[in-house]
Design a protein around this ligand. Sequence first.
Ligand code: NAD
Length: 370
Amino acid sequence: MTDSLQITDIKVDGYERVVRGTDAKSGLRAFIAVHDTTLGPSLGGLRMWPYASDDDALFDVKRLSRGMSFKSAVAHTGLGGGKAVIVGDPKTIKSEALYLAMGRFIDALGGRYITAEDVNTSIEDLEVIRRATKHVTGLARKDGGSGNPSPYTAYGVYLGIRAALGWKFGNDNPKGRTVVIQGIGAVGSALARRLIEAGATVFAADRNIERLGQLQSEIGVKPVDEKQVMTMPCDVFAPCALGAVINDQTIPGLKCPIIAGAANNLLLEPRHGKVLADRDILYAPDYVINAGGIVNVSVEFNPGGYDEKVALSRIERIPQALKELWTISKEERIPPSDAADRLAERIIADARGVKKAQALPPNPKGRSGC
Ligand code: NAD
């Protein structure tokens, strides 16, 4: 039987491989971008989204895969950066045939791209994909995977907030501090729990009013109106919902000395990192502070398999990584967001240099190099 899956390469400068996969039988239309595998196989989640066009999907998969390279580099996960997107409305296109076709698409890359959960895909979807490829991570613990990454992301963000408090105020204890969380979903709620346990006062906004009310009675989160969440005076603003919330419209209203949260791509444009620095707002670069989830998944590649203790000890390095970035930022007078990008690029370039040197033929006997 011939496979109806069609795979087309798209040449994109700066990316190792970008491919489009279509399958007429299941209706699959997907893209995989392998940004860089210098540090290891590329790993990044599979997103399903009703993109308006293929160009929009391609733009997103490229942006997200590059972000994964940088995140993994700074977190020293031993992985490269990749991402996959399926074009379509998750309410209507999900099917077993579609995920099996996606699995075959992933498998065709021979392990250079490894998938995981992302927006609009679940562990159940990954289980179907795994029937067609072994290059799947983030499965349930009972299936040998590392499970839901959100509590680990929240742990890293919590430690990152403590590091930011220490850097800004000389005392990292959250007791008596006020933290405002935007979006109290999987990560935001776990973060709120930790902060409240440590004695902080936590205000939060969420579109889901019911969930907010539940967390108010369960753990004492104080609800805030969605429209006021970014203008409330506080010690830390922790965005845990959407990207691009730090922009020209919102920055003038901010009344926080620290921004440290889980959401990806928080700055609408790179230049907003400098706008924050000019206002003396300490920024914890998003892909550094929210790396707990990918660090947890990366432990699946350990020779002995997943081990939570190893994962936690690696997540506990996030505060040190942030402090290094804030130091570079201070010494080189660049925003922490730029310091993070530079560090990631340097880590990848250094590893590329070492690989190239290792690939050179040995020096012939008796001849000295010069
Ligand atoms: P989630 O979907 O569980 O939670 C997001 C919450 O934000 C939801 O409760 C939603 O109702 C709320 N929300 C949406 N729009 C809002 C708005 N305008 N104002 C206030 N609340 C709003 O997602 P999550 O897994 O908790 O992830 C949160 C963020 O962190 C996302 O940006 C995600 O990309 C990022 N992130 C998550 C992980 C992880 O391990 N889950 C890892 C890295 C980064």
